[in-house]
Design a protein around this ligand. Structure first.
Ligand SMILES: Nc1ncnc2c1ncn2[C@@H]1O[C@H](COP(=O)(O)OP(=O)(O)OP(=O)(O)O)[C@@H](O)[C@H]1O
Ligand SMILES: [Mg+2]
Length: 323
């Protein structure tokens, strides 16, 4: 790749090639990660604790030194043109790190000043960002007194002060209740719709599902799954039903290709099937087998469970590669 100090038209917002990180302690946090994030994308980086998400983000935002590999931001090589690449990025780190004894307005204006944005320009921007974050009425109160959710929103507002082309958020909604989380999702959707590429790490599959178009799942320093959210969900998307049966079940249950069925007791059937599958097929098979359904209900959402299963499969694959 030719090092370039200015953004290259058509280049990925983020390109990571064979990125490796071994900490001084000997921990291999990244074992050769490659991924591309398209301009304008809303991209999720999912993975369990210790997977390497923050390490990856730390390297991309120049807080952590890589051991090997290449990173470029809109075609700007991070190694060759660190400052130019950094100007394109806004970072919302995992830990809240503003001064609790400053006021939100000052936090934003001072942050902009650090990036060379004059006060006259920073003030109207700060007002705009604080209003978007629903914090304008708190702009002159001590940051320490903000609630946890407000602090998280202030972190996003601060990152937006430099008008980044790529906004990276490391678990922005950790520990935030569902209502505030939804509000933050709305803010992030607006920022993305206005043209900013967003990369978000999260433990919550539900969050990734409602926000992101593409995702990578990282586990133990390696990518175990990558692609459009829709196709991953199609893989994960199994729906479970419980059927209450009139009379007793036949000895041999009907075979429905793609679905898994078992009798819970004499008059209850448990069925798992792909969400894309037509329930009529199930009813046709029941009809043919003389099974009469009295009632049915959906089982609880199993996405989280399936996510865990996918991680486990990735570990098996890694294990067998290593063997
Ligand atoms: N500064 C450090 N020094 C040594 N090891 C580290 C350091 N930071 C992270 N690690 C290790 O690297 C691995 C990946 O950690 P990382 O923080 O990147 O994971 P994560 O995916 O962000 O996890 P979480 O979801 O818990 O935030 C872990 O084993 C962690 O203990
Ligand atoms: Mg982390």
């Amino acid at each position: 790749m030719t090092p370039n100090p200015t953004p290259v038209a058509g280049a990925p917002a983020l390109s990571v090639r064979d990125l490796r990180k071994t900490y001084d302690t000997g921990v291999e946090a990244l074992k050769g990660v490659s991924l591309d994030v398209a301009p304008g994308d809303f991209f999720a980086l999912l993975g369990p604790n210790g997977a390497g998400k923050s390490t990856l983000i730390g390297i991309v935002s120049s807080l952590v030194n890589k051991t090997a590999g290449e990173v470029s931001v809109f075609g700007v090589d991070l190694h060759a043109h660190r400052d130019a690449a950094m100007r394109l990025i806004g970072l919302v780190p995992q830990e809240i790190n503003f001064n609790f004894f400053e006021k939100p307005l000052d936090i934003l204006v001072n942050y902009a000043g650090f990036y060379g944005i004059p006060r006259s320009e920073a003030l109207p921007r700060a007002e705009e960002e604080l209003k978007r974050a629903l914090l304008w009425d708190k702009s002159r109160t001590m940051a320490r007194t903000l609630s946890g959710g407000m602090k998280r929103r202030l972190m996003i507002a601060r990152a937006m002060m430099t008008r980044p082309r790529l906004l990276i958020l490391d678990e922005p909604t950790a520990g935030v209740d569902i209502e505030i989380r939804r509000g933050m999702w709305q803010t992030l959707k607006e920022i993305n719709a206005a043209g900013t590429t967003i990369i978000l790490t999260t433990h919550y599959l539900e969050e990734a599902e409602s926000l992101c178009r593409n995702l990578a799942i990282i586990d133990r320093g390696a990518i175990v799954e990558q692609g459009p959210m829709k196709s991953l969900l199609a893989k994960l998307d199994v729906e479970g039903f419980l059927f209450d049966i009139d009379g007793t079940l036949p000895a041999a249950l009907p075979d429905i290709p793609g679905a898994e069925m078992r009798a819970v007791d004499d008059h209850t059937l448990d069925l798992d099937m792909p969400r894309a599958m037509d329930l009529n097929r199930v009813f046709a098979a029941f009809e043919a087998a003389g099974i009469r359904v009295r009632s049915m209900r959906t089982k609880s959402n199993r996405l989280e469970e399936l996510f865990v299963r996918m991680i486990a499969q990735g570990q098996d694959a890694q294990g067998s590669q290593a063997a």
